[in-house]
Ligand binder design. Structure first.
Ligand code: MCF
Ligand code: ZN
Length: 363
């Protein structure tokens, strides 16, 4: 069957020398970012929507009567520089008003997957928190999960399996129904659908939950956990906990690893990858500016890093926007972008067969 979408002519290593980014317009650069064969490890499915999708939901559910479109986006989303991670977590909670029925969730997962495909993502790891999605309207977690899986599967079929999608389950902190143990049990119950487990929301020291994380690891579920993100924390204990006690394979954000030579060496020794989300870090004020974002220092120190979008719906910024920022402010090259995607594929939790096929075909 013929696909509705234009095929992407993905870049190969042998194409890179002939491209001079400095002489391209912004539009031409974006067409290059799209052609990089991308593996995205960190994106919250529940916060992955376009502004049109979000506005459609607000109208469908009649959530705002007196606001213009612009005012709706402004009051719910996080598109301008904010104060902190805490401010973000509180704002994200308001967005959960759109998780009102299962058709909406299926549609969300379908369009999120199609958007990633159109942006040139080949391996996509989405994560979501079942308790977060159920919190506002008391939706059933089993039905939430079925709706998400159905939406993703329909989209993957629509694009003739040209994108590989994996799902990570999140247990979080920061909303009324948050329950890490319940999320962990849910993850094990749907082990056939989940490739990993995470903790998100407020950044807390997870040591007291170590038995729950051990239980996941014993069930063969690898961990990728948010840590070393919140710049307001007084120390780096959260990072030491996820690395030494919970034994993560990957770290969500991990930008604060850059504050300690000891942590840099630990991350390298354990061969962990950091899932960096440049635009997210900037908007949440976890970095001073994009020019000084630690991804450059970490990369140059030999730490494995990858490029991710985190919450395209909250930031109204896609994965290619994150590449543009890294190019403009930190002089990342196409060779470096390819290298980071190769690491991301190697560290992905999707099937080994998919990974080796992708590595052979594109890297
Ligand atoms: O990575 C960002 C910021 N750091 C921590 N948590 C989250 C991020 N994006 C979403 N989250 C949280 C969100 O607050 O993940 C959970 C929620 O608790 C599920 S995704 C909506
Ligand atoms: Zn995140």
């Amino acid at each position: 069957s013929t696909s509705t979408y234009e095929e992407i002519n993905f870049l190969k290593n042998s194409d890179l020398k002939s491209i001079n980014l400095a002489e391209l317009s912004k539009e031409e650069r974006y067409s290059i970012w799209k052609r990089i064969p991308k593996c995205e490890l960190h994106c919250h499915l529940d916060l992955c929507f376009t502004s049109d999708f979000f506005l459609k939901c607000v109208k469908k559910f009649n959530l705002e009567k007196d606001l213009s479109d612009e005012e709706i986006l402004d009051s719910y989303l996080f598109t301008k520089k904010g104060k902190s991670l805490s401010e973000f977590v509180e704002k994200a909670l308001r967005v959960s008003s759109i998780y009102k029925d299962y058709e909406t969730l299926e549609e969300l997962a379908y369009s999120a997957t199609i958007e990633k495909y159109k942006e040139g993502v080949i391996i996509m790891e989405f994560r979501y928190s079942p308790t977060f999605v159920s919190s506002k309207h008391n939706l059933d977690v089993e039905l939430i999960h079925k709706a998400f899986v159905k939406g993703i599967n329909k989209a993957v079929e629509k694009v003739n399996n040209k994108i590989h999608v994996g799902l990570i389950c999140i247990g979080d902190t920061g909303h009324p129904l948050a329950d890490i143990k319940k999320s962990a049990e849910f993850c094990v119950k749907y082990k056939k659908d989940f490739i990993g487990f995470d903790h998100g929301g407020y950044e807390v020291n997870l040591e007291k939950y170590k038995d729950i994380f051990n239980y996941l690891t014993e069930n063969g579920i690898p961990l990728s956990i948010h840590a070393g993100e919140d710049i307001t924390l007084p120390n780096l204990d959260t990072l030491y906990t996820v690395i030494n006690i919970l034994k993560v394979k990957r770290i969500g954000h991990g930008i604060r690893v850059s504050e300690s030579k000891e942590l840099i060496n630990l991350v390298k020794e354990k061969d962990l990858i950091l899932e960096i989300n440049p635009i997210s870090n900037d908007l949440l004020s976890n970095v001073k500016s994009m020019n000084t974002h630690p991804i450059r220092y970490l990369y140059d120190e030999g730490v494995k890093v990858s490029i991710n979008s985190d919450d395209p719906g909250m930031f109204l910024a896609e994965i290619t926007d994150n590449y543009e920022e890294l190019y403009k402010h930190l002089n990342f090259t196409l060779e470096e972008f390819m290298q980071m995607n190769k690491w991301a594929v190697e560290k992905s939790f999707v099937d080994e067969k998919i990974k080796s096929d992708v590595l052979k075909k594109y890297f």
